[in-house]
Design a protein around this ligand. Sequence first.
Ligand code: SF4
Length: 184
Amino acid sequence: MGIEEKAPAGFMLGSVEKIVGLARKSSVWPVTMGLACCAIEMMAVGTPRFDISRFGMEVFRASPRHADLMIVSGRVSQKMAPVVRNVYDQMPEPKWVISMGVCASSGGMFNNYAIVQGVDHIVPVDIYLPGCPPRPEMLLNSILALHEQIRNSPLGVNREEAARKAEEAALAATPTHQMKGLLA
Ligand code: SF4
């Protein structure tokens, strides 16, 4: 008989999920992904004034294989889009994405052929952070919101499948034809 069957219903899974959630949210490492002016605000969170190291996150990794959070800070050009996707694909699961600023989230004022009209066309987004640019405090706030999401995420959810569906929905809503090949 498995230990889950001996324990009161839901006891084991609930406890394990809480421990795993706590461990995951306390050990998030961001990958370096500064694309435009928003990146300056993102860099500011590493300074003593804002001090992202309070959350153990001050080490922005240069290698996607060491990271589980991508903060897309700035507009995503069509040329950069495959690189963003490539970096995302190399990050191990589970992984999360914050879209920082209006440009990353929707193209912002750059409604033209050169800019991807929302980074959710190429990677799934967990948190959309508004503003142009969002202040470092706003980024910290979105990180805390993401921590809560991570802490309360149930185990056993196939995030990759959910991510594909989110991308397809984003593409269907506002087709960016150049990006279609990336999702094939
Ligand atoms: S949202 Fe504003 S600050 Fe951020 S990349 Fe766009 S123009 Fe720059």
